[in-house]
Design a protein around this ligand. Structure first.
Ligand SMILES: [Zn+2]
Ligand SMILES: [Zn+2]
Length: 350
């Protein structure tokens, strides 16, 4: 098999030929048919997150070991599975990659994505920038029916992340109020698409890039505004009929978080999913006085991905733009994403 690996942080991915792993116990071996290229892959490739004020969160200290095959948005076909498996040859399955130890209390509550000893594919275990991938158990595989694999792959990360973030919004707020989405990259466009599918009446997107603003409006945003405009806060409040009840920040820089907090009405909530980096200062008394909440949300649960895929398979979710390229473009695809040259999602197809 061939995989595209990080052999040294920040160095171009290397194509490595090696024997495919032999599945043991409950493990399943899949042929990869689609693997999305995600912003998280850029952080993992470089080996750190920006914590602001010159501080970094090191991937190595988080337990990430090299060499590593990136890729956590994977669709594949099963080639080896345990005897008695329900999986069918020739069908396409979306992989839930946020796999925990399976033993701890967190995992037993279904919060694998929060497990202190994670086995996330493409981060702690070999991922989908390869022609084969090993999955620990068939329960992590979701049949995608007739969906095109390249369309389905990003739901494992950008889809699940935004779906789980949206589920943290009070359902009445979701159905009655204007929701603000910060950023219209892969995550932001997915957020708009899912908010529409889940019945949000009006979505405003904040995005610096004109082409992405257009994509956001095309995806169903009521308006996409440039966050740099001087009257932004007034413009958003006018469109929202006052302050904003819920903001989903898909960028996660100090500027976007600060701006989002300033937009909130009393009782409003900011759900933070973007990992761009930075640090903010928060005047503490304002949090209780304004009764605002700031909640981080990291990917999502297996049952959330199952619910999301039921929604997608029902046809309720408008697809986001996807660009396909062959697997050997992996190093270039990662660089293009880092340089900001991607609208929607790039998906590698071995
Ligand atoms: Zn666990
Ligand atoms: Zn991702």
């Amino acid at each position: 098999m061939i995989s595209y690996q990080v052999q040294a942080f920040s160095q171009p991915l290397q194509a490595i030929e090696h024997a495919a792993p032999e599945p043991q116990g409950d493990e399943c071996l899949l042929n990869v048919v689609a693997a999305g290229v995600c912003h998280t892959d850029i952080h993992t490739w470089h080996g750190w997150y920006d914590l602001g004020n010159g501080n970094r969160l090191s991937m190595q200290e988080r337990g990430i070991n090299l060499p590593l095959t990136l890729g956590h948005e994977i669709v594949g076909q099963v080639i080896k599975a345990p005897i008695g498996s329900r999986l069918q040859a020739g069908r396409n399955y979306l992989v839930y990659p946020w796999i925990g130890c399976g033993q701890c209390k967190t995992c037993r509550r279904g919060d694998d994505q929060l497990c202190p000893t994670p086995r996330f594919l493409g981060i702690f275990r070999p991922g989908g920038y390869a022609d084969h991938v090993l999955v620990p158990h068939e329960k992590y595989l979701i049949d995608i029916g007739n969906l095109p694999p390249a369309q389905a792959a990003p739901y494992a990360c950008s889809g699940l992340t935004t779906f789980s973030a949206i589920r943290k919004i009070n359902p009445r707020v979701l159905h009655e109020e204007t929701i603000v989405v910060v950023g219209a990259g892969g995550l932001g466009l997915m957020a708009v698409s899912l908010l529409k599918a889940l019945g949000a009446p009006r979505i405003i997107v904040l995005e610096t890039h004109p082409e992405r603003r257009q994509a956001a409006e095309h995806a169903g945003a009521f308006q996409a505004l440039d966050p740099a405009r001087p009257d932004l806060a007034d413009a958003v409040r006018t469109l929202a009929g006052g302050g904003v009840w819920a903001v989903i920040d898909c960028v996660g820089s100090d500027q976007t978080v600060q701006q989002a907090l300033d937009l909130l009405i009393k009782g409003g909530q900011l759900i933070l999913v973007g990992l761009f980096g930075g640090a903010i200062t928060l005047p503490v008394p304002l949090a209780p006085i304004r009764a605002i909440s700031l909640q981080g949300s990291y990917v999502g649960r297996l049952d959330e991905l199952q619910a999301l895929m039921d929604l997608v398979k029902s046809g309720a979710v408008a697809p986001i733009p996807v660009t396909c390229c062959p697997l050997h473009h992996a190093p270039r695809a990662l660089k293009n994403l880092e340089d900001g040259n991607v609208t929607g999602r790039t998906v590698l197809q071995p």
